[in-house]
Ligand binder design. Structure first.
Ligand code: GDP
Ligand code: MG
Length: 605
């Protein structure tokens, strides 16, 4: 295939608007996927994706399509739609020259439609607007077309109307891809230059690297060198994903393919890195902005013997998810572990679920935190506690300074965009007020919908804000946000005591105004989550030495065998064994058995 006949493109959409379904149809029509094979959402290969029905990783598939007697190679790069995975979207777009902007004919333009659209146009991608689900009874393609014109200035004549589910209009989509999306800006005649944009770990072959071949070409046995670390790797295998891996002899300018090169150490594959052929060094390609993690949480092995296994599982996953940051950490109750940074809570949950499903690791996760900044009083006797610095950053409650030392607290905020049908606007505004939001804008879109802009504290949106927006609006409101600035605030450290012993892992940094509410919720939640035990348990929430909420968990002996009279020994043994298994899921804290998922469960409503 000639470089002029290559089309690299992505599908961008709000979650559930039909990206995965459309990908399946495009594969079917081009013959990559057998019709009626019963397989759906083939691109969502991770177990967690199939389970949650969301796309987490960007995946690529190469399709061959004949159009007007020319053979085209279409590289479709799937992107996730969820706010937490914006980095994956940016990454896929960096190799693309066009994007299908997919909008649900019933729900219309949503917050992430806008966010992804702006991201794509900022990278000069050719946009092909597509309205999906026209088969639905309550579909309003005309209305959505008008919205596209009003809000994004998209010409109604350019808008395609399809049903990905029923396969209506797919040919038109392929035609527009071939006709309207420009070929990659690549040349076979320039020295080899490739852009690493995804990488995953294979048990037998080590790191497999998905690369966009910007210029030149590559064959097996040649040696490529990383611009980032200067290391060379001999190419062992080349393949394209159709979506099954198909071996090829060479990859040429404009293509996207998988390069296996015996990279044993997973840390060496740096997303965004540029590779060149040994002997002909090149300038690195423009690297995309690396997103900063915003949510930090501790991850600990269930017992210390699993420390190394956990470490290697985390490292392998991070290879595939370069936005996660890792630091070693220790905790009095949980021992040696790690502190990881994530883009959001869903990102954290998906990461943990992948640890369990792909690496059989079930670690303990502590309460997530954002990064706060604090100005320390400029007094000599005080500053010596902070290495002489009068500005500190903390993302771990255990490092919370003595409040008497702090002159001013700062917390990160986000600029949030919410789009909601008018009838839910009261509830959504109520939620934003409860979360200490400041309204910046409220605009009536046409057809009964309202767009709100709010500045919200990041720590109020990381936990379950998105879920609440969804449930308050029966799923109709949408939400997206971008980083904003740090603002002055008043923070306290809320500590949890179990029978008088502080449990560092459960302590929380929060705003003064929300502390009472959070304290009451926390102790009530803990009472629910901690099973009754042989001793009575006092659960207290304190600020300094002041108790602001308390609950008591009555003693109770759970004898699973008490109802078994007579001498059925095997039965009795079996029950005791089951109880012992259950105990493995527990964590001993201050002589109290705490289920290991308590730390994250207490935070949710
Ligand atoms: P994604 O989150 O954007 O990948 O969306 P999916 O492809 O997973 O689709 C979300 C839901 O919409 C699924 O239940 C699909 O079956 C459904 N869906 C997708 N396309 C259509 C369509 O054209 N018509 C109808 N009626 N449903 C569709
Ligand atoms: Mg999907």
């Amino acid at each position: 295939v000639k470089t002029e006949n290559i089309r690299n493109f992505s599908i961008i959409a709000h979650v559930d608007h039909g990206k995965s379904t459309l990908s399946d149809r495009l594969m079917e029509v081009t013959g990559a996927l057998k019709k009626g094979s019963g397989k759906t959402q083939v691109l969502d290969t991770l177990e967690v994706e199939q389970e949650r029905g969301i796309t987490v990783k960007a995946n690529c598939v190469s399709l061959i399509h004949k159009y007007e007697n020319e053979v085209y190679l279409l590289n479709l790069i799937d992107t996730p739609g969820h706010v937490d995975f914006g980095n994956e979207v940016a990454r896929s777009l960096s190799a693309s020259r066009g994007a299908l902007l997919l909008v649900d004919a019933n729900h219309g333009i949503q917050a992430q439609t806008l966010a992804n659209y702006h991201l794509a146009t900022s990278k000069n991608l050719k946009i092909i607007p597509v309205i999906n689900k026209i088969d639905l009874k309550n579909a309003h393609p005309e209305r959505v077309t008008e919205d596209l014109l009003m809000m994004l200035n998209i010409d109604p004549d350019d808008v395609l109307k399809i049903s990905a589910k029923l396969g209506i209009g797919i040919d038109k989509v392929l035609q527009h891809i071939c006709k309207k999306i420009p070929p990659p800006i690549s040349s076979k005649d320039l020295p080899f230059r490739a852009h690493l944009f995804d990488s995953w770990y294979d048990k037998y072959r080590g790191a497999l690297n998905l690369m966009f071949i910007k210029d030149g070409e590559i064959t097996v046995d040649q040696e490529i060198v990383s611009c980032e670390n200067g290391k060379g790797y001999v190419v062992r295998s080349l393949s394209i994903l159709t979506p099954e891996e198909r071996k090829v002899d060479r990859l040429v300018a404009g293509q996207i393919g998988l390069i296996g090169c015996n990279m044993r150490n997973s840390q060496e594959a740096i997303i965004g890195d540029t590779y060149y052929l040994k002997g002909t060094p090149v300038q690195p390609l423009e690297v995309f902005k690396k997103l900063k993690p915003m949510v930090f949480a501790g991850i600990y092995p269930q017992d210390q013997s699993q420390h190394l296994a956990l470490k290697s599982a985390i490292e392998k996953l991070v290879l595939n998810d370069s936005c996660v940051t890792i630091q070693p950490d220790t905790s009095p109750a949980l021992g040696h572990g790690f502190r990881l940074g994530f883009l959001g809570l869903l990102h954290l949950e998906v990461f943990v679920q992948r640890l369990e499903q792909e690496h059989q690791s079930s670690p303990i996760i502590t309460a997530p935190n954002v990064t706060y900044k604090m100005k320390i009083q400029d007094i000599k006797g005080v500053l010596k506690h902070y290495n002489g610095k009068n500005q500190i950053e903390i993302s771990n409650p255990k490092h919370f300074p003595d409040p008497q030392h702090v002159e001013e607290y700062f917390e990160p905020t986000v600029m949030a965009t919410l789009i909601t049908p008018a009838k839910f606007v009261g509830a959504i505004i109520g939620l934003c007020v409860e979360k200490r939001g400041v309204q910046i804008k409220s605009i009536n879109l046409d057809h009964d919908r309202i767009l709100l802009k709010y500045i919200l504290p990041l720590n109020e949106v990381i936990i379950d804000f998105h879920d609440q927006v969804k449930s308050l609006s029966s799923g109709f409101a949408s939400f997206d946000f971008e980083e904003h600035e740090y603002v002055s605030t008043h923070l306290i450290k809320l500590e949890i005591l179990l029978n008088g012993s502080p449990v560092e892992e459960l302590s929380n940094i929060c705003h003064v105004r929300s502390s009472d509410q959070i304290a009451r919720n926390l102790v009530a939640k803990l009472k629910e989550l901690i099973p009754r035990q042989m001793v009575e348990i006092r659960i207290q929430a304190c600020i300094g030495s002041k108790v602001i909420a308390r609950e008591t968990l009555k003693a109770f002996r759970k004898d699973v065998t008490q109802w078994l009279y007579g001498g059925d020994v095997t039965r009795r043994k079996k029950l005791l064994k089951q109880q012992a298994e259950g105990k493995k899921k527990m964590r001993q804290i201050a002589n109290i058995q705490v289920p290991r998922d308590t730390f994250i469960k207490v935070l949710k409503r």
